[in-house]
Design a protein around this ligand. Structure first.
Ligand SMILES: [Zn+2]
Length: 467
């Protein structure tokens, strides 16, 4: 990190050409990544990256320069480069920086050094063995481990000085099962803003056996029927549909550009009244949780939809300034010091409803139940989506029957939100593997209870295309 006096000097330099706001973002990242493929550890990479970015605001014109050196000369150069867009000649300003504390705590019980690298690699090997032992149909196993500590410090000319120390631990697995020339893959991950206590709270071997079981079961799946039918989506990871097909459109940049279906709709009904949706950057241990966002704004809980009514968007500093709004919602996030922040989700979910999940399945005469989804595709500014199920079942006369392969669900997020007519009482967030792409990568969580979409378009695929 850099000394307060140096930060003051760099900010003063950045303001010299007439900017009304300047900011320094400093970051230090260390990581270790292990990957096991075909029973061999094929990757072990240690990473270290540090640097700083200087952002300067001239009204709505924003300029940015970054450096991977944290010495005074490099930081002053970055400040001058960012300030060079200005034409004014301001007097030197004295910036009084005050450290802001967060009431949020994300304690780490077991730091990365409490387990050596060989033991971490051995854990991946035992996952490989466990998955292969499950069934002779298991033909390929992948396992990965990531530990990441990302510290950030931010200073700005409004006098803000904050820091956040973000530790993530993640395990990922993937199992491919084969039979009669047919392949099925099930992959999952778990983790969060957590230390190695992750392993005390999750049984990695049980998880990978579960993946193997899913992949083997899907080998005997029948082809998915196509057409319009009722779709029931599982709790937890199923929330990725809301994130991709609706959540992005509630990010303020899509709103101020006017490209979102939700622009100008605050106070209007945009979902069935049984739906409440929330973005909450303050949940302990979750991937999207923050003390402060990358604008230096405290993380918060924002109700986006309250009983079907659109109540708020997700804001960062730039978009707030654009429309003259006083307070950001703490959704300014950036991939690294090489990037400027933009409005991003944190942990976003549809809130708890009233129905027993069994009752939801029992309500369906003919339809499909989606238990696992691979990433799909969504046009994030309009909300048209296609999601591919990795694990799905037929629902016949209120009961789950045969596993089905190749199920894809098509729709439009805003329309789907109006349609959802049952929301379960089994709210869960995903196991901790969510990565959001919007030009920049960001760790996020998604979630929901079991939900029912009364009529959705389902496309089946023929066997040759399913994998
Ligand atoms: Zn996303």
């Amino acid at each position: 990190m850099i000394a307060k006096e140096l930060a003051q000097k760099v900010l003063a330099e950045a303001l010299k050409t007439g900017a009304d706001l300047a900011e320094i973002y400093v970051e230090d990242v260390v990581s270790l990544q292990l990957r096991l493929d075909d029973s061999r550890l094929d990757q072990a990479v240690r990473g270290a990256d540090r640097g700083a970015g200087v952002r300067v605001f001239f009204g709505n014109l924003v300029t940015y320069a970054y450096t991977d050196e944290l010495d005074e000369a490099s930081l002053m150069n970055a400040a001058r480069a960012a300030a060079s867009a200005g034409s004014g000649n301001s007097k030197t300003q004295v910036i009084d920086l005050t450290v802001q504390k967060s009431p949020l705590e994300y304690p780490i019980e077991k730091t990365f050094d409490t387990m050596n690298v060989a033991d971490k690699a051995a854990l991946l090997s035992s996952m490989d063995v466990a998955a292969r032992a499950y069934s002779p149909h298991v033909v390929q196993v992948q396992a990965g481990y990531l530990e990441l500590r990302r510290r950030m410090w931010l200073f700005n000319s409004e006098g803000v000085q904050v820091e956040d120390d973000r530790t993530f631990t993640e395990i990922r697995g993937g199992v491919i099962a084969a039979k009669d020339g047919r392949l099925q893959r099930v992959g999952e991950g778990f983790g969060g803003r957590i230390g190695l206590e992750l392993f005390d709270r999750n049984d990695a071997l049980a998880k990978i056996r579960g993946m193997a079981e899913g992949a083997v079961r899907m080998l005997d799946a029948r082809a998915c029927p196509a057409g319009d039918m009722t779709v029931v989506m599982c709790n937890g990871w199923g929330g990725v549909l809301f994130h991709e097909a609706c959540g992005h459109q509630m990010e303020a940049d899509f709103i101020t550009k006017g490209s979102s279906a939700y622009a100008g709709k605050i106070g209007e009904q945009i979902a069935n009244p049984i739906i409440t949706a929330i973005d909450d950057g303050t949940i302990p241990g979750r991937r999207g949780s923050l003390k402060f966002d990358d604008d230096g704004t405290p993380a918060q809980r924002t109700v986006l939809i309250d009983k079907g009514i659109l109540t708020e968007y997700m804001w960062d500093k730039v978009e707030c300034r654009r429309v003259g709004r006083a307070a950001s919602t703490g959704n300014g996030r950036r991939e690294s010091y090489r990037h400027m922040p933009m409005p991003r989700m944190t942990n976003t979910f549809i809130d708890q409803g009233e129905h027993d999940p069994l009752e939801i399945i029992e309500s369906v005469k003919k339809g499909i139940y989606i238990k696992g989804m691979a990433g799909g595709q969504a046009d994030i500014s309009r909300g048209d989506y296609v999601f591919n199920a990795t694990e799905a079942y037929l629902i016949e006369d209120g009961k789950l029957t045969a596993p089905i392969r190749g199920a894809t669900v098509f729709g439009n997020g805003p329309k789907t939100l109006m349609q959802i007519d049952m929301v379960g009482n089994d709210l869960a967030l995903d196991p901790g593997m969510g990565m959001c792409g919007k030009g920049q990568a960001a760790r996020v969580s998604v979630g929901q209870p079991t939900i029912r979409i009364p009529i959705a378009t389902v496309g089946g695929t023929d066997d040759s295309a399913a994998n």
